[in-house]
Design a binder for this molecule. Structure first.
Ligand code: 5AD
Length: 373
């Protein structure tokens, strides 16, 4: 490869004349110098501005249950963590949070929970989706983030009115995926990858994402993740830096790897921002969430994510009382915040970085309409 300068590489990425090569993606993900990083974020921001504008789409996030059948090594609500108080919101509680989201004019919401696929869970979700559609006269857009299901289940939920689905692949490299999950049928890489296909086949706008910066993950793995997003023609990305949770097996490995807590936070934040920027440069017109995990690493993490090319924010609208039980990782922000006051704070901070919140719209992925034209 001829040695392009960073400038040329970014120009090429912004022009859309040619796509970035594997080596170039790697080069960008390996940038460390602060000036270089600012150039990267700025270039990604200009691509976002071109395809989406200086606009932010909101999804109110309802984390309605932490009951989970899975045992992922990194996750605080894994099945084996007996220290977690398990909860499931009632239908009425979900509906009241959805109504609040609708009244705030957020435009969309996400229903997220631990992974279950038993019949009563499937029925419950179908009913919740139907009721949310009813209460909002069809106006609230619904995204589901409820894990691997059968095609029939995806079809039922799609029919009930959900139109976007987020299923993180967590790592797109099979042997890496297998190091961060138990080795059994419930945690099969092939099944997860196939579930993404089923979601697309059922007509959902489809999102995926990965954990960024867990122990033993390499930059090459992250490059493969970015190429995977392109390969499967994804419409949306929700990904975030790995953050240790000390009641999990992975956290122990993390302790040995990292220096001080501040260095670790800075490193993870930077890697998360680089991934957003590179995905924006490479994939252009998709929706990219600036996730809560960024905010766990820096108070203005989500704003930094927007400035690096993200365009979606998912404010937590779950009842404050149950939030501590949905601790996927330590230091998860917003545990004691109130939806109303955080709405105002979010509005101000987005305004301060020169962006505008788009109220009252679904904020769909432009890429989905291109892909299905
Ligand atoms: N750090 C960061 N993200 C995590 N998730 C689970 N555990 C962690 C962690 N320790 C993410 C997973 C999952 C999403 C709901 O939360 O990627 O898909």
């Amino acid at each position: 490869m001829p040695q392009l300068t960073l400038n040329n590489m970014l120009k090429k990425a912004c022009d859309n004349s040619e796509t970035l090569t594997r080596n170039e993606l790697k080069f960008l993900l390996e940038l460390e110098n602060e000036n270089d990083l600012q150039q990267l974020y700025c270039a990604a921001y200009s691509v976002k501005e071109k395809y989406i504008g200086k606009r932010v789409f909101l999804r109110g996030l309802i984390e309605f249950s932490n009951i989970c059948t899975k045992d992922c090594y990194y996750c605080g609500i894994r099945k084996s963590n007996s220290k977690v108080d398990r909860f499931q919101l009632s239908m009425d509680e979900i509906i009241s949070e959805a109504r609040w989201t609708y009244e705030q004019n957020y435009g969309s919401l996400v229903l997220q929970s631990g992974e279950r696929s038993d019949a009563s869970f499937i029925d419950f979700v179908e009913e919740a989706v139907t009721k949310i559609k009813e209460l909002s006269k069809g106006e609230l857009g619904i995204t589901l983030a409820l894990g691997e299901q059968t095609k029939e289940t995806y079809q039922r939920w799609r029919k009930a009115g959900a139109h976007r689905y987020l299923l993180r692949i967590e790592s797109s490299t099979k042997n890496v995926y297998e190091t961060i999950h138990p080795n059994d049928e419930l945690h099969s890489f092939e099944q997860r990858a196939n579930a993404l296909k089923l979601i697309q086949e059922c007509g959902f706008q489809t999102g995926t994402g990965v954990l960024i910066g867990f122990p033993n993950q390499t930059i090459d793995n992250l490059v493969d993740d970015v190429l995977f997003f392109k390969n499967i023609d994804i419409d949306m990305i929700g990904m975030g830096p790995y953050i240790a949770h000390h009641q999990t097996p992975m956290a122990l490995a993390m302790d040995e790897m990292m220096g001080t807590f501040d260095e670790y936070k800075e490193h993870q934040l930077k890697l998360g921002l680089k991934m957003i920027a590179v995905c924006r440069l490479f994939l252009k017109d998709i929706n990219i969430a600036s996730t809560t995990a960024l905010q766990a690493l820096a108070p203005n993490g989500r704003e930094l994510g927007l400035l690096a090319g993200g365009n979606v924010i998912m404010p937590n609208v779950t009842a404050t009382e149950v939030r501590p039980s949905y601790t996927l990782y330590e230091n998860k922000p917003g545990l004691d915040e109130n939806c109303q006051s955080s709405r105002q704070a979010l509005e101000n901070s987005i305004h301060n970085i020169g962006e505008e919140i788009c109220y009252g719209i679904w904020g769909d992925s432009a890429h989905f309409f291109e892909r299905t034209k």
